[in-house]
Design a protein around this ligand. Structure first.
Ligand code: TXA
Ligand code: MG
Length: 336
């Protein structure tokens, strides 16, 4: 299949909407990462999304909307807090899991009776949703298991020839996928941390539980609340380690290694003598989130035999970065 390259001008957006209405699949920019969109009402299109990504059949998709009025066509038994959270965090990097309405095919939710819903803030994403007149099921636009794409070129690296079109927008601003919380359970549960932080969520959901899969490896055969959590994820091909310790400890540790690349903080970078990539400031977790997935891809192309990443703090957006990195590292954490 020839994958059409589209821009972000009005005609391109209309074209993307048209392809989606016709049952095609289109990669679109969002503020978190690029998404691979399909009409959430078209089962064949949804199946093609799973196929193009090589996504396991039991991993459900997020439905994207451009208007809060759509919510009642997608979910039912919506609790009052969902509207309070929507008011505060939508549009933005925030996904709620609610009871699924039958209008949304079970395929979207991999057979679950719940559905994940998000309203993105990215202008192009919202325009495409609005012009299509649909809601769009969209997982991250990467090959399953690889780091999520934060640039259009990374979408093409993985999916060129496998999807109908790519809307070639700017690099994703946030850089990690949306925060996912389930309101289909009581108390509400944080399944995937993101740029909307656990601290912010606790203001609306004081009894919020952080699912243990956020930071720990699920046991073999264990039921996980969010199927996406059980897969090795976000992983470069190169063996990756997450390293916990102070700047001095990290510098001392990586400087003794050979044939590696160190992914480090800008504060310590000048003391690192082995090949390195700076992923942002240790005091500004948003900078780390913005660049981590693209650096994992670039580190993979660098020819290094191993990747060592200095672990961020687990507070604020740092929790999201830590959650992705521990998976990229296959749960190999080195405590200095
Ligand atoms: O920021 C994002 O959320 C991006 C952009 C494109 O919007 N999308 C994204 O989708 O990250 P995906 O498919 O890569 O991740 C969706 C996550 C998975 O971990 C999946 O298991 C979980 O959400 N999920 C979706 N529906 C669910 C449901 N009904 N119950 C539990 N977990 C669900
Ligand atoms: Mg994904």
């Amino acid at each position: 299949m020839l994958t059409l390259r589209l821009g972000t001008d009005k005609n391109s957006i209309l074209k993307a909407a048209e392809i989606l209405k016709d049952g095609g699949i289109v990669a679109i920019p969002t503020e978190t990462v690029y998404g691979l969109a399909a009409s959430s009402y078209n089962e064949l299109a949804i199946k093609n999304v799973f196929l193009a990504k090589g996504r396991p059949q039991d991993n459900p998709l997020i439905v994207h909307i451009a208007d809060i009025k759509e919510l009642k066509y997608i979910a039912e038994d919506i609790p009052e807090e969902a509207y309070i959270a929507a008011e505060k965090f939508w549009p933005g990097p925030f996904t709620m899991i609610l009871k699924r309405k039958n209008t949304i095919p079970a395929t979207v939710s991999a057979g679950l009776d719940t559905v994940a819903v998000r309203m993105p803030s990215h202008k192009v994403a919202r325009d495409i949703i609005a012009y299509s007149g649909l809601s769009l099921a969209a997982p991250s636009a990467n090959t399953s298991g690889k780091p999520s794409p934060t640039k259009a070129e990374y979408v093409l690296e993985d999916l060129d020839g496998k999807i109908d079109a790519v809307v070639m927008g700017e690099d994703s601003e946030v850089g990690v996928e949306s925060t996912v919380i389930s309101l289909a359970v009581n108390p509400p549960r944080l399944l995937r941390p993101g740029a909307v932080t656990a601290e912010q969520l606790k203001e609306i959901f004081p009894d919020l539980v952080v699912d243990k899969a956020v930071l720990a490896e699920p046991e073999k055969g264990e039921q996980v609340a969010s199927p996406g959590m059980k897969y090795k994820h976000y992983a470069p091909k190169t063996e990756t380690f997450l390293v916990e310790g102070s700047d001095e400890e990290f510098i001392g540790y990586v400087n003794k290694k050979r044939d590696i690349v160190a992914i480090c903080f800008e504060e310590e970078s000048f003391k690192i003598t082995v090949p390195k990539m700076v992923y942002g400031s240790e005091d500004n977790e948003a900078t780390l989130a913005h660049s981590i997935f693209s650096l994992l891809r670039e580190a993979d192309k660098s020819g290094a035999k191993e990747i060592y990443v200095h672990a961020p703090s687990k507070s604020g957006v740092g929790l999201a970065v830590y959650n992705r990195l521990i998976r990229a590292a296959g749960f190999k954490v080195i405590n200095l």
